[in-house]
Ligand binder design. Structure first.
Ligand code: PLP
Length: 394
């Protein structure tokens, strides 16, 4: 009989969102008229912007036209999109060749698939609290995980140290769930550390588009030495509302070599073996994001979420609740008032204010005592949540 991958049995139940859903549905069953404010959602609420919709329609028409019809595209991405993304980096002062950019179906797929490039005996460093997929993808592969807790005193941005030694290093900036964003100097120290130890950084830049402060890096590739130690995984999900449309990109520099093997060559080989790429229609929609008009239109949507963040932060200031994030990131990470535990605070907010958020403990043990609000909801509900928070805590 075939032996299944026994490491799946080592996965902890992904109980976080199931438990939230259960508690919410129990509450609703007892309070059918309550107006719940869902401040926990990690999905966007605004539709795709007009230039993307036009490009998608146009691409569908291409598929209906004999001389514009597209069959298989290059597995690593259509040249028009790889070039558009490389040009986008160029505008930020980062020089990439189009074939260092790989078009993907989103960051989640890549965060899991990219692990194929590394030996299963390699270890992975996860800074916690963390997006749960980093740990789970490595548990599935049987890798040993080094958990590095972060906290309020280090601003949830720990420095590299001997305890942080691992073959793979996950960095997520701006961070989900804490909203903390690495400065150039902090990121430089991680890059130097990775180069010194021969590690590879997997840099999750899913929220880079939320960065407002001009001195913060959007990409690890802006940091000197990054091309010899980092892979960047990015997504149009939150940048441009592609959560349901699915599109992302991954940067694997040609200078990234370990044990005389080029990780860029290996990733080409992986992609050409394991995928036939992203659909033509979606890639056309994605290319529209990188036009000047696309960049202008996505900023309108991003500004809407940023205004939600401002409204929530103002309410927390008035309520005297400590938080970080909210600026440069679509998540506000707050300390549960009165020393409450995350799940107790969840119940308290649900019962007293009909607000649903995400308990920090779900992102790792050191998230205990913290709570995450997302800013992806609608304006009216965000304003109402702010009003209720002020009323409850002031
Ligand atoms: N990385 C982080 C930190 C995320 O929060 C998410 C989604 O919430 C993803 C990756 C996945 O993004 P995608 O929709 O591109 O798969």
């Amino acid at each position: 009989m075939i032996t299944p991958n026994r490491h799946y049995a080592e996965l902890k139940d992904s109980y976080l969102f199931a438990r939230i859903a259960q508690k919410v549905s129990d509450y609703q069953a007892h309070h059918p008229d309550a107006h719940l404010l869902r401040m926990g959602i990690g999905d966007v609420s605004l539709p795709l912007c007009d230039v993307v919709i036009e490009a998608l329609h146009q691409a569908v028409d291409d598929q209906a036209t004999k001389d514009r019809f597209q069959g298989y595209l290059p597995e690593c991405g259509a040249p028009f999109l790889r070039e558009a993304i490389a040009a986008h980096y160029h505008a930020r002062g980062v020089e990439l060749l189009p074939d260092e950019v790989f078009v993907s179906s989103g960051a989640s797929d890549e965060l899991g698939d990219i692990l194929d490039l590394f030996d299963r005996s390699s270890s992975a460093l996860v800074i916690e609290p963390a997006y749960p997929a980093y740990v789970d993808a490595n548990v599935m592969a049987g890798r040993s995980i080094v958990h590095l807790p972060s906290n309020k005193s280090d601003g949830f941005l720990p420095e590299p140290s001997e305890e942080a030694r691992a073959d793979l290093i996950y960095l997520c900036s701006p961070n989900n769930p804490t909203g903390a964003t690495f400065s150039r100097a902090q990121l430089q120290r991680w890059v130097d550390f990775a180069n010194e130890h021969g590690s590879v950084i997997l840099f999750d830049a899913a929220y880079e588009a939320f960065i407002e402060d001009s001195d913060l890096p959007h990409s690890i590739m802006e940091i000197e030495g990054a091309k010899t130690c980092a892979i960047e995984i990015c997504s149009l999900s939150k940048t441009a509302g592609f959560t349901g449309t699915r599109l992302g990109y991954t940067v694997v520099p040609k200078a990234l070599v370990r044990a005389s093997m080029s990780l860029n060559d290996m990733w080409v080989r992986n992609r050409t073996t394991k995928t036939n790429g992203v659909s033509y229609v979606i890639q056309r929609g994605g290319a529209a994001v990188f036009t000047p008009e696309g960049q202008r239109q996505i900023q309108e949507n991003l500004s809407y979420y940023k205004e939600n963040a401002r409204i929530l932060m103002q309410a927390l200031d008035r309520a005297g609740i400590w938080y970080c994030g909210g600026r440069n990131a679509p998540y506000v990470w707050l300390e549960c008032p009165g020393g409450m535990r995350s799940w107790d605070f969840f119940d308290y907010l649900l019962n007293e204010a009909q607000i649903v958020g995400t308990p920090g403990e779900g992102f790792g043990a050191c998230g205990e005592g913290y709570f995450r609000f997302s800013t992806f909801g609608g304006r009216v509900d965000t304003q109402e949540a702010a009003r209720r928070l002020i009323a409850l805590f002031s």
